[in-house]
Design a protein around this ligand. Sequence first.
Ligand code: 9PG
Length: 777
Amino acid sequence: MAEAVSSGLGRNGPWLQNQWLRVETRQDDASISPVALAGAFRPTERALAYVAPLEGAPLHFERADYDIEPYEDALGKGRRLTLVSNLPRRGVTLRREVVVYDAHPFCVTRVGVTNGGGQPLALATLHVFTTPEEGRGRLHLASAPAAWRVYRNGWQSWAPTMSFGGAERDVQSRPPQLSPAPPQTEPGRFASDDVGVLYDPESRRSLLAGAVTARDFMTQVFVDAPSKALNARCLADGLTLSPGETLWSERFTIDVTGAPNAQLERYGDALARCMSARVPAKTPAGWCSWYYFFTGVTEEDIVRNLRFLEQHRRELPIDIVQIDDGYQPDIGDWLRTNEKFPHGMAWLASEIRKSGYTPGLWVAPFFFAETSRSFAEHPEWMVRGDDGEPALAMYGWERRNFGIDGSHPDARAWLARLFQEICDGWGYGYVKIDFLFGAAIAGRRHDPNTTRVRAYRDALTAVREGVGAGRFILGCGALIAPSVGLVDGNRIGPDVAPFWRNLTHEERQQPRPRSRRPDDELSAEVAIRNTLTRSWMDRRLWANDPDCLLVRTDRTRLTLDETRTLAAAIGLSAGVMFSSDDLDKLSPERFELIPMLLPVLPRSATPVDLMERDMPERYELDEGDRRVVALFNFDDDAKDLALPLDDGRWHVFELWEERYRGVAEGAAEFALTAPHGSRLVALRRDTGAPCVVGTTAHIGMGLLDITHEAYDSAMRTLRLMVAPAGRRARRIYVATTGLTVGAATIDGHTAEVRTVGGACSVGMEIDAPCEVTITFG
Ligand code: 9PG
């Protein structure tokens, strides 16, 4: 069999090629130029790698020797090309690797440095893919830079993630760092963490650069549209190389093939493989105390909601009851409780377990408040600033909070013991660990030769050790790529809130809301934005947590339209599904929205227009001849929405209006959708025969609740098996395709059929599977 990757020597240097791409290299500067073979898309020319020491000039490759070998790693088989420059004057040897795999349309590259001198060498940054640089190379797309679109990923759970236009201003959200570069505030200059995508609207081609390993360094991808430049690099945190030592950057994929969503999904798969991601067999669903009770939560609030859940077990099939912030006397003092939890946390866990639920607990294990006992006892476990004092991780709960030093063995031992006590001792089977970035702040650590990412992962590994491999860890306020493999779920957006936009009191007095800003924090709107824009992470890196569903009518400013939009986004994201209302205060109509998201869908929808706008408006689950699509109106005015359809005729059903809209071709049009409202649409390819077009049980509208469907044309009978997924009371809508409806039965008993506008519907309330037949005349 011929090898899938071929290689050869070009005019300037060696190249590697597979069926999708060719990577040309140059020996004079060790630069690389990846080319997508389909359409000969070559966005970057001569992308360089180099290493920046903390002091002195950058270390650039000079004339390089090369070597090509068969290669295999977690991503599969391929060939590896290594370019080596020995720089005796600078006392270093530089290496650049490029791997092309048999079975992937991207290449993977990294840069390494060996200290060949007699002195220690401290490093600032490792640049892996940068062009132009030193007057060489270029970044060229068909569109003018102002028309480019850039997808920027935030550095931690809450950080803004979205696409921007090439003339817009980036959000100023960066990891707190030993900053090698000033923040980029000029329009068109973007900084993305872990991964970035650059999209050219004219050619509809894109380039993704992203780190597929994250065990040592934080990674950033910079795009400077006005100067047409791209720079992907690792922050080396001042790490010092002893004479003879070698250090490698993280590995980056450079992907110039296919469309942005497909590139992000591929990147997610590759990162997951390289970092041994943990993806739960079943995505958890539960109830969380935070978004109704906040820090005021009491033991009685938890028990009252627990009793409600017990009494509504059939309607609300959830597994986890999670106590959030508010039980502990201080941040850092997790093994004692405050006066609001008189029976203690072990008692509460056992109450929850007795009711048949898994007890879950919120902890911020990497923070010590300045007022905490833990800090008084162990100030030496904190990350320190240059002044030697504990470094501020975040001001919160009206006090300073410091970050734990994961390189300190005693701090790690404390973390492991803490979670052993919470899980094995108290009986919690699920932990939400929050403010995790506290272990990754810049500063001095016990081990001077570690990095923030290593210390972070060491701390997280200690937590995992205490929790055990079989229990669920939900990360929050967590780094993204560096958390892969250590958490089972991760929050992927900022906090949801019982209001659409975080307006000041004055702003709310205005006749119109102020428009949204990219750096808005804490609102339903921004939580939804990250839920959509980080969909590609779900069930690749972990189970995404889109944050809680709030459906209440008290203590909220969300309208019904906004509440439904939140439900549509959370539901179609297929992420962790937690309700966070005071359950016995909900009206029956609002309560029904919760079971409509249960069970969680098996996979996430895709934000089809991710690269077109900051908030995607079309969120689509493609099941071939069936589609479930949320169309969103994120404007502040009502507007018409249109859903383009693939070739052919499609039945269109809309859930919130509960209406069959007939057969459409070309596009399905929805006039005047309310501001911040949505249309939840089921599409079914029309075959001319009667078929289910939608149900009102679940937001999948039939995907999970109709388990079997067969139309017998001789008997003119449609037979369905209906599962109790979703809410108990539901109607099933069937397109009549011009036939008249005869009789319907449910488990053999005559059922009432309603006929309206080309469809008929049968209603039922079920707790067990049933069979429905509809006979046509
Ligand atoms: C509990 C909450 C909830 C919530 C978490 C996290 O910047 N801040 O001050 C800030 C405060 C709270 C916060 C995020 C940021 O929320 O996301 O789900 O657990 O902690 O305190």
